[in-house]
Design a protein around this ligand. Sequence first.
Ligand SMILES: [Fe+2]
Length: 226
Amino acid sequence: MAERNKRRIPANEKETANTGNLAGVGENDKRPQMSGGAGSAGSSPVVLDPNTSASQPQNTPMTSGPAVQLFADELTKMLYTENVLLKMLRVQAEQAGDADLHDQLERHRQQTEHQVARLKDALHELGKSSEQIACHVADAFVRDTNEAVNRLGSDLRVPIYVAANIRVEHFELGAYDSLIEMAKKIGQISIAANLKNSRDEEEAQLVRLMRFSTTIDPRKLIEKAA
Ligand SMILES: [Fe+2]
C-alpha cells in the first residue's frame, strides 16, 4: 500500500494537484475545493458522527455502526465504478486512433489500477468485504459513449471519448470528495489521506483532458474523413 501512496506525480501535475484547484481549466468552475491542499485530509479536524457515544475519544477511528456501514457501501460502489472505468479506459485507449489520447487514457488506466487497490485497502482496514455494489451511473457512462460513437460515426471518436472522459472525471471527483468527508467524520484519517491521492489523480487527469480538448476541432476531423 505504501508504494501506491507514494506514487510520484510529474511536476506539471503536482502543482495542480497540490493547490486543489483547476487552474487553467475554467475560471467559472465553482467546485468546492478541499482546504489545505494535498495531505490536508490527514490534518483536518475529525468531526464525529452525531450517533457516536459521547464517551468515545474523538481521535478513535470508528469500525462499526451505521455511519461506517454507509461509508463501506459507498466504497464498494466506487470500487465497482473504478473497475468499470478500468475496462472502459483499456478499450478506449486501444480504439482512440490518436497517439496522444491513447497515451493519456493508458496512463490513467494504470492510475486507476492503483485507485482500485486503494479502495480495497480501505475496505480491508474497515474489516469489510470487497464485494461490489453496482453503480448504474458508471454503466451508463460507458453505454452512452458507445451509443454516441455508433450514432455519429468513428470519425468523431476522439472528441466523443474526450468529452465522455471529462464527464467521468467530474463525476469521480465528486465521489471522492464525498468519500473523503465520510472517512474524516468517522475518524478514518489514514483512509481519507489515501483516497485523497486518488482524488488528486482524477483532478490531474481532468486538467490534462481539458487541455487536450482545446486542441480538437471536430470540423477538421470530418473534413479529413470526407
Ligand atoms: Fe478517473
